[in-house]
Design a protein around this ligand. Structure first.
Ligand SMILES: *Cc1c(COP(=O)(O)O)cnc(C)c1O
Length: 485
């Protein structure tokens, strides 16, 4: 811009901004509208013009026509892009609730796709050509795997707990140990869930110790249920006492009450066979006398989001009859994925190869280290000379509240700012740049370093990561060219 030319005033600049239609007729935006649909491009043009008007009013120069076209194209692509984007999970947490929990088995994915494309016998008894029950789809499998005489399924485990409480204990008292008044992330707090289900919570014992007589003394004519909630996301250690399933079931049954266990993570096989920490199984609680056990479909089971309810015929019949069951019922997509997942367990065949959650949890540390080596140089180049990239031992988490104190030995590419001064901000900046990649990469910051745990970097993710790192723009000195009139 020649320095002698005076800038026009804001009024004149506003009048010179193009109309939306003129902007949309610019050949690049016209072509983009063919690709994305006119609505996204128009919305972007309106937003960019509104932003330009605001900028001019507060004293900035008007953007050029070409700059407006470019900004509109960028904004239109953002409007048209899916919000539920794929990410590369290098947090080290395998069942990460905020990143969608379990990755599903190929069999489950195929079953969901088929159920979306075709009509399915969801509630249709093909033998009698009458109405069926959608729970039948998974009933035999779940009974076989857990040994439960009766089962039902809803949308998630929180729903399963609310439904079971409402069906078995509405307007009556439910006894729970003070050591189990759990909060699981995302607003699942047992006391609130009790209230939502219309139950009166009766707390017994203390935070660290609860004894059989605490439960016995709390039973009144208004008691409907005794509940045990599994400590999913914390541990109570030291001077502790809790009452086991067998004792609690006996106390409940002596008083003519049902006993319910909310297991949370709910593995249906003993994970210690695979060298993993042991997690309590629904079949064990049932064998110990529990009338109802609830657990999640998308935690250790490695299936879709679902709440699985297994128990005695009497308890399950009450639960299935409750109106909330209809409100919380699973879709055909959930049932398709759950059936396929349970069928893998039922087959007992090559589970770690077929169930991604099990594959990731049991991934050998040497294999994870090799994955780190494959991506270390590319990450170092992406980070630039202001960061050092090393491979270090670390500890992965199972996640989703499963086995909170257990850690799995793993390896990470660790990016460390070269300068100690401002390292906190430097590491945040680098983490943000990785999250801005076309397939965002999510790591973990600890000790002013960025840890990229490669446990969950599977070979296809690895290829995608290398490709996008290769294409990423090298960092410049932060000055961007200005295009203004
Ligand atoms: C995770 C969990 C829940 C909630 O299950 P969702 O599947 O997230 O609905 C309830 N209780 C326990 C003990 C849990 O660990």
């Amino acid at each position: 811009m020649p320095p002698t030319m005076p800038l026009p005033g804001p009024g004149e600049q506003l009048a010179h901004l193009p109309a939306v239609d003129r902007l949309l007729n610019a050949p690049p935006l016209d072509a983009l509208a063919q690709e994305l649909g006119t609505a996204f491009v128009k919305r972007a043009a309106q937003a960019e013009l509104a932003a330009a008007r605001e900028a001019i009013k507060s004293g900035s120069a008007a953007p050029t026509f070409d700059a407006l076209v470019a900004a509109t194209a960028t904004a239109a692509r953002i409007f048209a892009a899916p919000r539920l984007t794929s990410v590369i999970n290098l947090t080290g947490t395998v069942i990460h609730t905020n990143l969608g929990r379990a990755l599903l088995a190929d069999e489950a994915i195929d079953a969901v796709a088929a159920a979306m494309r075709q009509y399915v016998a969801l509630e249709y008894d093909l033998a009698g050509a009458g109405r069926g029950d959608r729970d039948d789809i998974v009933e035999d499998l779940l009974r076989e795997l857990t040994g439960a005489p009766a089962v039902t399924v809803v949308n998630n485990n929180a729903g399963a707990v609310v439904l079971a409480l409402a069906a078995l204990a509405a307007r009556r008292e439910v006894i729970v140990s003070r050591g189990e008044l759990i909060e699981i992330g995302g607003a699942f707090r047992l006391p609130d869930i009790m209230e939502a289900a219309g139950c009166k919570l009766v707390e017994v014992g203390t935070t660290n110790r609860t004894h059989p007589r605490d439960y016995e003394d709390a039973i009144t004519p208004k008691t409907a249920l005794i509940v045990k909630a599994h400590w999913s996301n914390y541990a109570i250690t030291g001077f502790t006492a809790a009452v086991d399933d067998q004792t609690l079931a006996a106390i409940a049954h002596r008083a003519g009450l049902p006993y319910m266990v909310d297991l949370g993570a709910g593995a249906v096989i003993d994970l210690s066979h695979y060298g993993l920490p042991r997690e309590p199984l629904p079949q064990e609680s049932l064998a110990a006398g529990a009338d109802v056990v609830t657990f999640s479909g998308d935690k250790l089971l490695g299936g879709p989001q679902a709440g699985l309810i297994v128990g005695t015929p009497a308890a399950i019949a009450k639960i299935k009859k409750h109106p909330l069951k209809r409100a919380l019922r699973c879709s055909k997509l959930t049932l398709a994925a759950l059936e396929a997942t349970l069928r893998i367990y039922a087959s007992g065949h090559r589970l770690p190869e077929r169930l991604p959650v099990l594959a990731l949890l049991t991934r050998p540390a040497a294999d994870i280290r090799a994955a780190c080596e494959h991506v270390q140089a590319a990450l170092a180049a992406f980070a630039g000379k202001d960061y050092a990239a090393s491979i270090e031992a670390c500890a992965s988490q199972i996640g989703s509240g499963s086995l909170p104190v257990e850690r799995l030995p793993s390896f990470a590419v660790v990016l460390t700012p070269a300068q100690a001064k401002g390292a906190g901000r430097a590491v945040e900046r680098l983490a943000a740049r990785l999250r801005e990649l076309p397939t965002p990469v999510v790591g973990r910051i600890a000790g002013q370093r960025l840890w990229l745990d490669c446990r969950c970097l599977r070979s296809d993710d690895e290829a995608a990561l290398l490709q996008q790192l290769a294409m990423a723009k090298p960092i410049t000195d932060h000055r961007s060219p200005v295009t203004q009139c």
